[in-house]
Design a protein around this ligand. Sequence first.
Ligand SMILES: Cc1cc2nc3c(=O)[nH]c(=O)nc-3n(C[C@H](O)[C@H](O)[C@H](O)COP(=O)(O)O)c2cc1C
Length: 384
Amino acid sequence: MSNTSQSQGQTLTAQSQTELKHLGLFSELKIKEITLRNRIAVSPMCQYNSIDGLASDWHLVHLGSRAIGGAALVITEAAAVEPIGRICPDDLGIWSDEHIAPLKKITTFIESFGAVPGIQIAHAGRKASTRNPWRDGGSRHEKQNVPENEGGWQPVGPSALPFSENSSTPRELSIAEIEAIQDKFAQAAERAYKAGFKWLEVHAAHGYLLHSFYSPLSNKRTDKYGGSLENRMRNALETIDKVRKVWPKNLPLTVRISASDWVEGGWSVEDSVILAAELKKRGVDLIDCSSAFVRAGDRYQYGPGWQVPLAKTVKEKAEIMTGAVGMITEAQQADQIIRNGEADLVFLAREFIRDPYWPYHAAQELLGKAEAKQILPINYSYSI
Ligand SMILES: Cc1cc2nc3c(=O)[nH]c(=O)nc-3n(C[C@H](O)[C@H](O)[C@H](O)COP(=O)(O)O)c2cc1C
């Protein structure tokens, strides 16, 4: 962040500071009974640091330090709704009541620093049972599978089509199995509430189970869960219906989608508008608009804010709140996204690894140091 804009921030009049605060990145966002202190969310990030899906002190420190740093919303990594729904065996899980207590410690800590604790519940589908990238090497998207004799398992999916040439071929789920996984999402939501989470995000992006059903690239079924757009969306919508029944009405329910496969013949942003409108009818409050990763080998046009137009289109056309994510790294950039009405929230992932105090530093840059200290009381007597 530049010193120039920081000093500009310091010279703002009280009136313009108020305007900046009320319209931009540091304005509050109220959804149901939850008020976010600003528009900055910690995007879910797998930590590959769980044993049997249990949260550890690693998670407390990782998530807790971002709450201290000033994020309004701190969302856990994908927490698997059943063991074979983990992307890799070291992922977080929420498939049993034993997972609740260690998560409760984390939600209590996050709330004590003024942030809202959120959880992403997930099933990895055909992209499950892959190697831990920091321990075993390899890219997250290469998806080398852990063999069954080393603690891995055969993944499941809409069709017996592997994610990549190197991936295991998934077993096609029966209708009874699809319904059973939907129930597991609902049970996970109930546990999430007991663990103290106030914000629920259902993971339906990045080629994992729910996305692999709605994308025509991975779903070749001929029953009521395949073929037409309506049939391919069915699993996501039925899952949300079941989750909605158990997740408290007064708390935000959100969904992360891959708003485009960026591939001719794949899922498109127009399809996302239809899906988002259906989700809205079912009581979803906000769509977190990511994209891509349904198939290995596809290439994407990465760049600063590359997925923001998806959030804007879904917001405008489906008339639902959205989150923007992907290469949002600068305070001014994030502020403009909110100010221009392109999205209601910004989700940052890797930038939060680089700087857990990103919100505080962004406030210093946009509003000046004194105001930053006012709105984000960080308990340091020296300058950071
Ligand atoms: C280490 C790592 C783990 C991630 N794990 C998840 C995850 O559990 N769930 C998810 O939806 N996205 C996950 N993502 C994607 C991020 O949430 C985010 O969408 C992506 O990194 C783009 O944002 P960025 O440019 O700010 O990093 C992960 C990203 C990273 C770098």
